[in-house]
Write a protein that binds this ligand. Sequence first.
Ligand SMILES: [Zn+2]
Length: 56
Amino acid sequence: MARRTIYNVCPRCGANLDPGESCTCEDHKERSEEFSSLYFEQWEQMKLDLRSREDG
Ligand SMILES: [Zn+2]
């Protein structure tokens, strides 16, 4: 019985990585700020829409 796979474990997020694979969590982290601000804008817009519907 040979060990087929030795996973690297990302020290940041604990994800199992294939040998040579680099984790994308850092990438996600940087993007998430960008994404959340975009999402926040959409959410604010959605709330405005809902409110105007309730009023109307
Ligand atoms: Zn990671």
